[in-house]
Design a protein around this ligand. Structure first.
Ligand SMILES: NC(=O)NC1=NC(=O)NC1=O
Length: 245
């Protein structure tokens, strides 16, 4: 049986729980989901600065998962913070939820739209599209203009805004699929897929199945070239714990 480490890069336990529940609902029966988040860092990630703050915690969790011998790691934030650094540390596959959702969307439609949280994070999503080579597949990006943690405030307002943006995107963008641009939206994808009758894709679910696929194919992160383990050097202070040896 597989053990997959689900890392919420922000420190909000409610969001970790929503994503863990979604991950467990789609995982194979024998797959174990180990849901974690950094002990210290940002309660939500809503920009380049927050991503930088969160990345150290992500790497510390990757190291812990590696030491625990997990079969794969998921970086469960739509900016995929620290993805390549994490792949240097890890042996097992490391999958970001944005990358995973985008990949699945390209297999289901010729164009997809993204619905995310704050307008300022649209640029981060655009950077990812270019980094992953998906910019020609993305018809448009939209933001609900509410902060990430509004998804956890129990009011249902953010969820309603996501639904409205998805309906509008289907009508206006000419895209055949929608990618939900936040880990906190993980629990909305299945219902929206049924209501809109197009694939509405959550990256947490997509990443779980990708890790399971890679593990079943015995495929792991390449250690040849730039994703080889980091060069050995005496990291100091709080960073000493990141040394692999
Ligand atoms: N675009 C986003 O909403 N990114 C995110 N910030 C978080 O804290 N979690 C996310 O998925």
């Amino acid at each position: 049986p597989l053990c997959i480490q689900l890392i919420n890069p922000n420190t909000s336990l409610a969001m970790t729980e929503v994503m863990a529940q979604t991950a467990r609902s789609v995982a194979a029966p024998e797959t174990q989901i180990l849901a974690v988040c950094p002990e210290e860092g940002a309660p939500s990630i809503e920009g380049h600065f927050d991503e930088a703050v969160a990345t150290l915690g992500v790497l510390q969790q990757i190291k812990a998962g590696r030491d625990a011998g997990v079969d794969g790691h998921i970086i469960a934030c739509f900016g995929d913070p620290g993805l390549l650094a994490a792949r240097e540390l890890a042996r097992a596959p490391v999958i970001g939820i944005a990358e995973a959702a985008m990949h699945l969307a390209t297999m289901l439609a010729t164009r997809f739209s993204i619905v995310t949280t704050l307008p300022r994070t649209l640029t981060i999503a655009r950077h990812l599209l270019h980094q992953y080579g998906f910019e020609r597949h993305c018809a448009a990006l939209h933001a609900i203009d509410l902060p990430v943690l509004s998804l956890e405030d129990g009011s249902g307002l953010a969820q309603q805004k996501v639904r409205e943006q998805c309906i509008a995107a289907k009508k206006s963008d000419g895209s055949g699929a929608i990618v939900l641009g936040c880990g906190g939206m993980a629990d909305l994808a299945q219902e929206l897929t049924l209501e809109l009758n197009i694939p509405v894709i959550d990256g947490v679910s997509a990443a779980v199945k990708m890790v399971e696929s890679l593990a079943s194919l015995r495929l792991t992160t390449s250690k040849h070239g730039d994703l080889d383990y980091p060069l050995e050097k005496p990291l100091s202070g709080r960073f000493a714990g990141l040394n692999l040896r």
